[in-house]
Design a binder for this molecule. Sequence first.
Ligand code: ZN
Length: 175
Amino acid sequence: MIGICKDCNEEKLLKSRGSNRYYSWCVDCQKIRNKAYYEANKDKCHANGKRWVEKNREKHNATCRNSYAKNKDRHRQNVYDWRVRNEEKQKAYTNFRRRRQRNATPPWANLLQIKQMYMFAQHISKKTGIKHHVDHVIPLNGEVVSGLHVIENLAVVPALDNIRKSNQFDMSVSF
Ligand SMILES: [Zn+2]
């Protein structure tokens, strides 16, 4: 229904409240109200969101996957923008990862073989046109166990699989 919005005083589409009933403010002003509510109740909103995700983990993961597949470029741009905005955080994270990898490299690790593994990943990426990463089979910061940065714990995998696996460790893997 079109009416005069009491927030912006303009003639606009009013916000529906179900079964032919309407609020006295418009759909655009509703967005402003939502934002104001969020700003005033950030902790509560975050806690609610977190609780919902915990209860609906599968649904949430599927939504994320779909959203990523549909808007790959936008997601990549978001990541890039975040890095530009948070250069210091990004640097700290890179240093942290480097340090973690160094700490997970035992003196007996065959550095030449490891280097060849990374070159192999580059080679496969070029050959197939699909970006491949070197992945730690057992993540260096796994929740259950932590792996080492050694040739036996490295595998070349397509990049997207690597991201999806994140730091989860599949307990069914036997070794
Ligand atoms: Zn309005």
